[in-house]
Ligand binder design. Structure first.
Ligand code: 1OR
Length: 278
């Protein structure tokens, strides 16, 4: 049942996939050609990949068929072998996609109602994966980063305005780094390539001539100013404890932070404030 957001795979020891059916060599050949290089499969070991492939159900849908209805409960995840689909949120067409792409993961991951309606804009050949197999195999592997970063991203105030969809795309683009105490993550005056979120630990922010100007902890972020303004790093960031950060490259920063970018701009500590904080 739809019961709010959970991103933790249900692991049953005695689990037997319901829709397991060995694929024919003709189907395997088509699958390899169309979706073999899809990111979903790159992250699977050989056994998991075989299992997922044999659990896929081939579905042929006609042009104009509604594949997913916004608001309904999630049952299947889909991969497009052939044809094109359109996504609608309410009455708005928000995107389209084609062969090799996939959709319908959000409701299965977060136990949310379907976030969008998906319509076939041509005759399509789709491969559907049932909810349980999706959660059991893909969640912990192909979508591992979404699971890993879910709690962190939900706990960060500046990201509060992101939708589930935006948060999941952001998680896909993050990378983790761990720094020992006394490490310099950012050096004032250098050019900036990454934005950072603190998963745990502590860093000091210092500026030449001013010394330590701030201390940041879990849920705080840094590195945004150089990226927002395309200027050199405005301060040095040094760890005082063992610190784990999630980093986001410059292109992802601009593309994926969406509405949070405005909040980052408003919060810019180098921006002239009418009244001085502290
Ligand atoms: P789902 O299980 O919620 C509908 O079922 C699917 O449509 C969803 O998973 C995604 O795989 C897919 N917002 C939400 N879902 C989307 C979007 C989307 N695009 C595709 N899907 N937006 C479009 C962003 C380009 C955001 C619109 C505000």
């Amino acid at each position: 049942s739809v019961s709010g957001e959970t991103l933790h795979p249900n692991l049953f020891d005695d689990w037997v996939p319901e829709h397991y059916k060995e694929k024919s060599s003709e189907q395997l050949h088509r699958l390899e050609k169309s979706i073999g290089k899809n990111f979903l499969f790159n992250k699977l070991d050989a056994d998991s990949k075989r299992l997922v492939i044999n659990c896929l159900e081939e579905k042929h849908v006609a042009k104009d068929a509604i594949i997913i209805k916004q608001g309904e409960e999630g049952d299947y995840f889909y991969i497009v072998e052939n044809g094109t689909v359109e996504f609608y949120v309410g009455d708005h067409r928000v995107s389209t996609s084609g062969p090799g792409s996939s959709f319908g993961e959000l409701a299965l991951m977060y136990n949310n109602p379907r976030a969008a309606t998906v319509v076939a804009t041509s005759d399509c050949i789709l491969w559907a994966l049932d909810r349980l197999t999706f959660r059991k195999i893909l969640l912990g592997n192909s979508f591992k980063k979404r699971v890993m970063y879910d709690d962190l991203l939900k706990s960060i105030p500046v990201l509060k305005s992101l939708t589930t969809y935006e948060r999941s795309k952001l998680a896909d683009a993050l990378d983790t780094q761990i720094f020992e105490p006394g490490s310099t993550i950012i050096r004032e005056g250098e050019s900036g390539e990454n934005f950072y979120l603190i998963e745990y630990g502590e860093v000091e922010v210092s500026k030449k001539g001013e010394g330590v100007v701030n201390t940041l902890h879990k849920g705080d972020y840094f590195g945004e100013i150089a990226l927002l303004k395309d200027i050199p790093r405005q301060a040095t960031i040094r760890t005082t404890k063992r610190t784990k950060v999630a980093s986001l490259g410059k292109s992802g920063f601009e593309r994926l932070l969406g509405p949070a970018l405005d909040v980052l701009k408003l919060n810019d500590p180098t921006r002239k404030q009418p009244t001085e904080k502290k």
